[in-house]
Design a protein around this ligand. Structure first.
Ligand code: GRF
Length: 199
């Protein structure tokens, strides 16, 4: 069973969707570690309730980025992590970790990349920008992670129509529902590739 680490900074509804998919047999993997930069993240509470190991990584507590990256990599390797899923993680993944996990770090973004991504494009900012731009569609994008925010190769997207009178909040809710379907499906694809590569 492929071992996943989930990185999150907030409420963790995508993390919960991943756990549900595992529970229902739609995702053949195990979340063995949750990493956060935010001690208040709701997803950490979920992890503790589920008996999943958690680790806090606060860059400001490390003298330099190398040490930070090495410590995170050690933790991931200690837990035997094979795939890293960012789920509302509002920090960059250290380059050392990206190098150690080529094509094994993925993210879900609440818009149709390459539009509406990059630094500062998270949460309500994304949906406000989509509406302000008068877009007729939005959606969710699963993509590989590289050193630039929301920049790595796209794996899959799912679209919805922006409705007349749509607010950033209503759009956020509808996109989140799509994320909760798309992300576990994409993860299952990746997990089965990893399983095949190992066999
Ligand atoms: C989601 O919209 C995700 O696309 C983005 O951050 C949000 C996290 O939501 N990267 P949650 O914490 O999973 O509820």
């Amino acid at each position: 069973m492929v071992k996943l680490a989930v990185f999150l900074s907030g409420k963790g509804s995508n993390f919960s969707a991943i756990l549900k998919a595992i529970d229902e047999g739609r995702l053949n993997a195990r979340v063995v570690l949750v990493i956060s930069n935010n001690p208040e993240a709701g997803g950490l509470t979920t992890a503790r309730e589920e008996g999943i190991a958690t680790a806090m990584f606060d860059r400001s507590l490390f003298s330099d980025g190398e040490r930070f990256g090495r410590e995170m990599l050690n933790t991931l390797q200690f837990h035997g992590i094979e795939l890293i899923c960012l789920a509302g993680y509002l920090r960059k993944v250290p380059p050392m970790v990206l190098r150690a996990f080529p094509q094994r770090v993925v993210n879900i973004h609440p818009a149709l990349l390459p539009k509406f991504g990059g630094k500062g494009m998270w949460g309500h900012f994304v949906h406000e920008a989509v509406i302000a731009a008068g877009e007729s569609e939005s959606g969710a994008t699963a993509h590989y992670v590289d050193e630039i925010y929301d920049h790595g190769a796209i794996i899959a997207q799912r679209k919805l129509s922006v409705r007349p009178g749509e607010t950033p909040q209503s759009l956020a809710e509808r996109v989140l529902e799509i994320e909760h379907q798309l992300y576990p499906e994409v993860l299952q694809q990746l997990v089965s590739q990893i399983d095949t590569a190992i066999e």
